[in-house]
Ligand binder design. Structure first.
Ligand code: OSB
Ligand code: MG
Length: 369
């Protein structure tokens, strides 16, 4: 395909309720959209970076710079076969995976349209629908959190994940378990602890958590292996898994027993498929992680989750879990079984981009042609 024009659109969409993690309290989704024009078609990719480098080293500013000055020039007015060839062209770039993934995702979307197939079919997905879990932020008090848990359990969410940070962890979790002894419960520390906290994690073994997500730093895969040997609860790595190589190393030294895949964090769908295949071989269960994405990213996550070894509930909530308005038609919504139907060629499930909604949310636009 020939690439004719690339726009980078910055949008802001307010959250209906603030979402607090150990690293920041989000009040809006500040995101970049990459819009690639090719031979009369348009493919969008959503960049999953945030306004600041808080979750990983990239942010919207660095992504805008990388896309504009390094990625777009590799494509503009050139022929390219698709996302696989794009990944070969960007192999010289170190890191900057969120930026690379946003363009890679847009190229998958163009490939999908050109071939008249679903993303599920293109990547070899096998599931018709996928189960959804909810990720709940840190709240000022336990009663507010308990009310939220109740609300999402009533909606049928298959797994309840609670964000924790030092000082807001074991006491909160014990209280949740007192009210809900049997629910599938997990925690996400977003890298906010160290091995000095090992006794705290040992104490969590009594809480029957399905997993503890990313307790230690992004680069601490050795310390994660030490921690995993000291506790019974499985560790699920998020931030630490940035490539198939880092997944291989983490599995080899026993840093985790579960992995959450975000196609953005690992540089795209091509790399996500490699991680999927590796983890399938090693029997490491997988689920698709979320970044409070807008609809474009959310829809691509649903298709990724259709791969056979994504066996655990995903952080791909209904759009209304975060937003009053979104950028797809229809907006992503759950079934009465709290699942998401994976779009394919036969089931009539199809999402269009809501250009008018994007225009309402737009704060800037860079055009390259
Ligand atoms: O660590 O999984 C995470 C949100 C922003 C950044 C990192 C994470 C999260 C979530 C929310 O947990 C998942 C979602 O519903 O999108
Ligand atoms: Mg996480």
């Amino acid at each position: 395909m020939r690439i004719d024009r690339i726009d980078i659109i910055r949008v802001k969409n307010p959250f209906t309720h603030p979402f607090e993690t150990s690293f920041v309290r989000f009040v809006e989704r500040d995101a970049l959209l990459v819009k690639i024009y090719s031979e009369g078609l348009v493919g969008y990719g959503e960049c999953k970076a945030f306004h600041a480098p808080l979750y990983n080293p990239e942010d919207n500013g660095t992504c805008l710079h990388i896309i504009k000055n390094f990625l777009a020039p590799l494509l503009l007015h050139q022929e390219i076969e698709g996302p696989v060839e794009f990944m070969q062209r960007v192999a010289f770039i170190r890191g900057n995976r969120l930026a690379i993934a946003s363009v890679e995702n847009a190229l998958w979307e163009l490939k999908r349209q050109r071939e008249g197939k679903s993303l599920k079919t293109l990547i070899g997905g096998t599931r018709d629908e996928v189960e959804v879990g909810v990720s709940l932020g840190i709240e000022a008090d336990i009663s507010t959190l308990l009310k939220k848990i109740e609300k999402y359990l009533a909606e049928g969410y298959h797994r309840t994940k609670i964000k924790i940070k030092p000082g807001k962890d074991i006491t909160v979790l014990r209280e949740i378990r007192r009210h809900y002894p049997d629910i599938t419960l997990t925690v996400d520390a977003n890298s906010d602890y160290t091995l000095d906290d090992i006794e705290l994690f040992k104490a969590m073994d009594d809480l029957n958590l399905a997993y503890i997500e990313q307790p230690l730093g992004e680069n601490d895969i050795i310390d994660h292996a030490v921690l995993q040997k000291a506790i019974n609860t499985p560790i699920c790595l998020d931030e630490s898994i940035i490539s198939v190589e880092s997944a291989r190393q983490a599995i080899e030294i026993g840093s985790c027993r579960i992995i959450n895949v975000k196609s953005s964090r690992v540089g795209g769908i091509c790399e996500s498929i490699r991680i999927h295949d590796l983890c399938r071989k090693h029997d490491i269960p997988l689920w698709v992680g979320g970044m409070t994405e807008l609809g474009i990213g959310r829809v691509q996550n649903i298709s990724l989750a259709s791969l056979p070894h994504f066996t655990l509930a995903h952080d791909i909530a209904a759009s209304n879990r975060y937003f009053a308005e979104d950028i797809t038609i229809p907006v992503v919504n759950i079934t009465d079984r709290c699942t998401l139907i994976v779009p394919d060629e036969t089931n009539g499930v199809h999402y269009e981009v809501d250009e008018k909604a994007i225009d309402r949310m737009m704060v800037s636009r860079d055009v390259m042609k």
